[in-house]
Design a protein around this ligand. Structure first.
Ligand SMILES: [Fe+2]
Ligand SMILES: [Fe+2]
Length: 184
């Protein structure tokens, strides 16, 4: 007599709805500060606030140079200063946004910006001196972002992702200035 073969039930391919619902509840509660970031959030905000001060000093220095660079020969360089100034402002805004997401406050008190900035302000009137001052500041920015990426790393991947994007811009700025310095 032939054996009755019972068909095996098809394995379920449904998602775990309970796990999804509880993930949503956790995320609502935690915001950007997940439990793995929480122990570092305060220190990361402090580091990002010093980078924020640096970006603002760079905005001011580039804008000052943009308005004070004189002569036809300086026009394309001044235009580049303005492009960089606007990109530094975008970096500043993205850092401020991340600081708030991490539960901190962006420190934009003008009295403290210069002291906390890693790079210097500069009022050179000579075009070559301007380019040189900006190149020094960009090299400082590159080093600062490299160190921040190494320090923060996997502790806060979203911040590290942001810092990598900013670092790429700073490396490009340094290359641009290095080319201008050779040409001028
Ligand atoms: Fe920047
Ligand atoms: Fe830059």
């Amino acid at each position: 007599m032939a054996k009755t073969v019972h068909a095996q039930p098809t394995p379920s391919m449904a998602l775990d709805e309970n796990a999804i619902a509880s993930a949503a509840r956790e995320r609502l509660h935690d915001g950007a500060v997940t439990p793995s970031i929480a122990p570092y959030a305060k220190d990361i905000c402090k580091l990002l606030n010093d980078a924020l001060a640096t970006e603002w000093v760079c905005v001011l220095r580039y804008r000052r140079h943009y308005f004070t660079a004189k002569g036809i020969a300086s026009e394309p360089i001044a235009a580049e200063f303005l492009v960089h100034a606007n990109e530094e402002l975008s970096h500043a805004d993205r850092l401020a946004e991340r600081i708030v997401q991490l539960g901190g406050e962006p420190m934009l008190d003008p009295d403290s910006l210069k002291a906390r900035s890693h790079a210097d302000y500069d009022e050179s009137l000579d075009l070559k001196a301007m380019i040189r001052a900006n190149l020094v500041a960009e090299r400082i920015a590159v080093e600062v972002y490299r160190q921040l990426i190494a320090l923060i790393g996997d502790k806060d991947p979203s911040t590290t992702h942001l810092l990598r994007a900013i670092l790429a811009d700073e490396e490009e700025h340094a290359d641009d200035l290095s080319d201008w310095l050779d040409k001028s």
